[in-house]
Design a protein around this ligand. Structure first.
Ligand code: AOF
Ligand code: ZN
Length: 376
């Protein structure tokens, strides 16, 4: 039998903290999703408190875990998937709360890139005599909050493109029919993906063709519906569309370029649609780098792009797609069908955007693969 080391125990508890954090992805923007587990080594490694970032980003994971542990927090080791904060926001910093609660040791997965924190949280703990270990499951933690890290470092959210295609990479038939290429398992997984993102974004072509709701309709998860975003340079989104008529229930943002039709603007705004003006690029459409910046500025960390082909191609072409979730059904549509990404026009293979597969899973007759940027 191999001996269980304290390193193993640290990794196990951190895994649990990451699990708690992962469950709230999509609910905590503009903040990161953080998990915290409080363990008492002197009580045989008993878990005395668990916490995670609350909807909207506050309260933070640590104060939640401390609240649950009460007096049992004294002498505990705190496993936190992100360095504790060290700034005075709406509440005092978590670093101070951990010190006041009598935590003896702190294991953190990764430093918080927020300039108000970045190293200062752990430094304060050390200065208070707490034994600090950093970097446990660091890569996993950085990957989990890749959206938050990007927002802080580059001012834009993480963009993940979701597509459902046939084996020959088509998202719709020649006649535009796309429901349902993939089966029930893929449909459920796609709704779950919505719940795990801050926002879902589509192009106006898809909005007009499908009149989608873009909500999360998994039983019990309806309240987790993301912000819905439509890229619509000429404000063609009909006031009678499902998106516009439900804008008071689920936040709906339309990104356009000035000067867009004032009447359409008024009609959509009256329904509660938020209209965001972004400067146009050379093609007269909102410049995508500026779109990314505007969304980051509003606090979004994770955006799921659900098509169509033109928007997918444009984002991939601009290097703005950070990950893919690719559902594939064992069907063929042929060359009349709509490709997954339009307008890329690659002649030289060396210029082809490339990704690296991070997982593959069977979903009934279909397959779902996830990809990250190649080289990451
Ligand atoms: C933690 N635990 O659970 C989260 C943290 O606006 P505030 O005051 O909520 O602060 C937001 C910052 O706090 C955010 O940018 C990030 O640095 C940190 N988020 N920190 O210790 C948590 N969500
Ligand atoms: Zn905090």
């Amino acid at each position: 039998m191999t001996k269980r080391t304290s390193d193993d125990a640290d990794a196990e508890h951190m895994q649990a903290a990451l699990g708690l954090a992962g469950r709230v992805l999509g609910q905590v923007w503009p903040n990161p999703a953080v998990g915290c587990v409080l363990v008492r080594p002197d009580l045989g490694g008993r878990v005395v408190g668990r916490g995670w970032t609350q909807p909207g980003g506050r309260p933070h994971a640590e104060t939640e875990a401390l609240k649950r542990a009460g007096d049992f927090a004294r002498g505990a080791t705190a496993y936190i998937s992100l360095e504790p904060c060290d700034h005075h926001g709406r509440t005092p910093p978590c670093s101070e709360a951990l010190i006041a609660a009598g935590i003896r040791r702190c294991v953190a997965a990764v430093e918080d890139p927020d300039p108000r924190v970045s190293g200062k949280g752990l430094e304060r703990l050390r200065a208070a005599g707490i034994d600090v270990r950093a970097g446990v499951l660091e890569r996993e933690a950085a990957r989990l909050n890749a959206g938050f890290f990007l927002r802080v470092k580059e001012g834009r959210p993480l963009f993940t493109l979701k597509v459902a295609t046939t084996l020959d990479g088509r998202i719709a038939t020649r006649a535009g029919e796309s429901r349902w290429i993939t089966g029930e398992g893929a449909r459920l997984a796609a709704h779950r993906l919505r719940a795990e993102h801050d926002a879902v974004m589509i192009g106006i072509g898809t909005a007009l063709a499908d009149d989608p709701e873009l909500t999360c309709r998994l039983p019990g998860c309806e309240w987790r519906s993301p912000v819905r975003i439509v890229l619509d340079s000429r404000l063609r989104l009909p006031a009678a569309s499902k998106l516009a008529t439900t804008a008071r229930l689920v936040p709906t943002w339309v990104i356009t370029t000035e000067p867009a039709d004032e009447r359409a603007r008024g009609a959509l705004a009256a329904l509660g649609v938020e209209i965001i003006d972004v400067e146009a690029g050379k093609d007269g459409r909102p410049d995508l780098a500026r779109v990314a910046e505007a969304l980051g500025h509003r606090g979004l960390t994770r955006v799921l792009v659900e098509g169509g082909a033109a928007l997918a191609g444009a984002l991939v072409g601009r290097g703005l797609i950070d990950g893919l979730v690719w559902f594939r059904a064992p069907k063929l549509i042929g060359d009349g069908g709509v490709p997954a990404a339009a307008g890329l026009d690659i002649a030289d293979l060396a210029q082809a955007p490339a990704f690296m597969r991070t997982s593959v899973r069977e979903l009934g007759a279909d397959v779902v693969e996830t990809y990250g940027r190649s080289g990451n």
